[in-house]
Ligand binder design. Sequence first.
Ligand code: ADP
Ligand code: MG
Length: 389
Amino acid sequence: MNSRSDTVADRATSRFQHAYGQAPAGRWAAPGRVNLIGEHTDYNDGFVLPFALPLRTVVAATPQPTGSWTVCSELTGETVSFGTDEVTHPGRVTGWAAYVAGVVWALREAGHAVPGARLAVASDVPLGAGLSSSAALEAAVLAALVDLGGLDLPAERQPRLAQRAENRYVGAPTGIMDQSAVIRCRAGHALFLDCRTERVEHIPFDLDGADLAVLVIDSRAPHRHADGEYAARRASCEKAAGLLGVPALRDVPSAGLDETLARLPDDETRRRVRHVVTEDQRVLDTVALLRAGQVRRIGPLLTASHASMRDDFAITVAEVDLAVEAALTAGALGARMTGGGFGGCVLALVEADQSDRVGAAVTTAYADRAFAAPTVTTATPAPGATRLD
Ligand code: ADP
Ligand code: MG
């Protein structure tokens, strides 16, 4: 039905027309995101620095007078309907539509009169690749419902609500980063987020002006044991904070770290703490360089972040280590896995005219090891969630 050249917004409209036999009242978009640096720092009350991708999820929507909700997605081919009964308690709508029902539930819980709606979803954000298709879906649906209902919910309060939808309704224990990034990012900027205070600051991240590019390399590695390992890392961070007598590892100063680590009982715990404390510092150092317009100089911080995730936090896998190594060997200024780990994507900072060469080198290295071919795209910092028309 759709030609390849259709934009994601066109596809949302045609999906809507096809499902409901009418034109939508409007279209709302929210991007995927990558985290430039700051991994596993969020639940330690620390710092992250994501930016939004040009890949987007678009929701076409119109009010539905019956006070119920109907949603279809080109990615699943399914249409799901639910009424107020299904959004009085979490968990009554399951599967992908739970992300939509969760937003309705969270809005109602917060006291908003949510309008019934017909919705159609199209997306360029790959699912489950660590680029936050889930937050993109929540944010686009939330933006649509807020506008259709004329709800009083400014952008700075939306991330918390979308996170609640995902944590409580869908049942996925995510931090505040994804929703903050996809809702609050600005074009040409990264979003410096303090996960303790939720304070955000837009940091200039001008790749074009510096003749640089960021490659996003999807390792295509299956997420092996990711949930259990995530829970284990989180538990050891919380335990270490308790042993050190601080509310969270964010409160451990990076100065004098060796003496602090000596107070911990075993090598594994010391490594976990060292990753988190040094990673927070690398975020602060990256922000300082970007504020000073020194984009090129963040490369070594990215690479150090990867080494810390690989050696101290033990969350990388062979495919992502290979992508980082091949990119650096081919001349990348820095490279690191991005996201929670055990698969997912790698970012490489490269001279703009070296993008193709570095991408090809990673693809060749994968072929040599008989790994599934990676997908390589370039990313420029894009805007957060917005109404299209
Ligand atoms: P990520 O956010 O890294 O892409 P998650 O596992 O958190 O991975 O979220 C992916 C899930 O979000 C999908 O399995 C699906 O249930 C839902 N989802 C995201 N985008 C869409 C979409 N466009 N259409 C239908 N479901 C979607
Ligand atoms: Mg997600």
